[in-house]
Design a protein around this ligand. Structure first.
Ligand code: ASP
Ligand code: MG
Length: 410
């Protein structure tokens, strides 16, 4: 088997942990597998480097910033390879330019364009365990780039895709993906198997186990991803192509997001071009709008409600306040104390009534719904923030997630 493994910052956080990771890799090797490893920087290192730069100057030049923050992974990959070598295994650390992993020129959030496989294959054929520095890439003109925070996950999946690996194992400090945040729902269970689509919906909701771009990558190239703990040998969660067994599960997980705020515009003239103007202005400010609802009114005007990240709430209010007179918007109102609660499940495609059941569960608990949005495999409701825990727990129970999946009924 060819296995790509990625170890996160906590897993290589100190020398003892690096030794532990080396032992785990050695075990795979002893079982006869080819192993390619991708590492993050040691825990806290990327933050430390960023702080250095921002303490020095207000706006570090993006090219130099990438040259700086990419060094964290150079350190951890070299140390891990050394540890393996000292144990008698032939291991080699590689940086992105040595492979090369080519990216575009967007410093700080570069996208991988190509992973060359010739050198990788040659080194593997020569019996080397490869320890690749995650998070970094190289442009056509030879400049170092980084892929954005958490980018080592994407490096690992990209390497696994390029090499056609049998599995990409993401070792982290949690033991898998859960049916809900275990801090809120003590009965939350580890999910054995989840589809890429479900994982994307859960990840975008803040179930931050895998970096979202790595899941998109895995989906496009069909890379099976195994999210698991580097502190145990227990299997974690497999993220794979959807199969029939998944369709039987109505709801795979309940997610919540408290990082958004709601803004409502009342009495917007119902004319072509107004939504384009409003949301164009917000987008130009680099603010990402999530849910949008427009309702017509009998008086020929419309009400519009949308959500933005809490951190952009004040800036967005300022923007729409400025537009209000020009567009003759009657009233603007907002609320920061909201939460978005979502249920996600591949089985929703085949089973009607899931959304209705969600609304009923919320109603039974006296929770008012402010906004609703749906996709094929997700239903989201915006509610008052103070009901977040109650809603998540009630939905978790009502959709049978407190029990094993086989027992589930609608
Ligand atoms: N070291 C980088 C970060 O902290 C990349 C990663 O850990 O995946 O964001
Ligand atoms: Mg990380």
């Amino acid at each position: 088997m060819l296995v790509v493994q990625k170890y996160g910052g906590t897993s290589v956080g100190d020398l003892d942990r690096i030794r532990n990771v080396a032992r785990r890799i050695a075990r795979y090797r002893d079982e006869g597998h080819d192993v390619v490893v991708v590492v993050s920087a040691m825990a806290g290192e990327t933050d430390r480097l960023l702080k250095l730069a921002y303490n020095l100057v207000e706006e570090p030049s993006p090219r130099e910033l990438d040259m700086l923050v990419s060094t964290g992974e150079q350190v951890s990959s070299a140390l891990l390879a050394m540890a393996l070598n000292a144990m008698g295994y032939s291991a080699k650390a590689l940086l992105a330019f040595q492979i090369p992993i080519k990216t575009d020129e967007l410093f700080g959030k570069a996208r991988i364009r190509d992973v060359a496989t010739a050198r990788l294959k040659e080194e593997i054929a020569n019996g080397n365990i490869l320890i690749i520095a995650g998070f970094q890439g190289i442009t056509d003109s030879g400049d170092i780039t980084t892929l954005g925070r958490g980018g080592s996950d994407t490096t690992a999946v990209a390497i696994a895709a390029a090499l056609g690996a049998d599995v990409c194992e993401i070792f982290t400090d949690v033991d898998g993906v859960y049916t809900a945040d275990p801090r809120i729902v003590p009965k939350a269970r580890k999910i054995e198997k989840i589809s890429y689509e479900e994982m994307l919906e859960l990840a975008s909701m803040g179930a931050k186990v895998l970096e979202i771009r790595s899941v998109e990558f895995a989906k496009i190239y069909g890379v099976p991803v195994h999210v698991r703990s580097s502190f145990t040998d227990e299997p974690g969660t497999m993220v794979v192509e959807e199969d029939e067994s998944m369709e039987k599960v109505l709801v795979s997980g309940v997610a919540y997001n408290r990082n958004e705020a709601r803004i409502s515009l009342y009495g917007v003239p119902d004319r072509p071009g107004l939504a384009a103007k409003i949301f164009g202005t917000i987008a130009d400010a680099g603010i990402v709008v999530d849910m949008i609802i427009q309702t017509g009114r009998p008086d020929g005007r419309a009400d519009m409600t949308f959500t933005v990240p809490k951190t952009d709430y004040k800036a967005t209010l300022k923007l729409v306040d400025k537009l209000a007179p020009e567009l003759s918007i009657e009233k603007i109102e907002g609320d920061e104390d909201i939460a978005k609660v979502s249920i996600v499940g591949a089985g929703m495609r085949a089973h009607p009534g899931v959304a209705a059941k969600m609304f009923q569960v919320l109603a039974d608990h006296g929770i008012n719904i402010h906004m609703i949005s749906t996709s094929e495999i997700k239903v989201s409701c915006v509610i008052d923030e103070k009901y977040t825990e109650l809603a998540v727990r009630a939905l978790h129970e009502a959709f049978g997630l407190d029990r094993a999946p086989e027992e589930e009924t609608l």
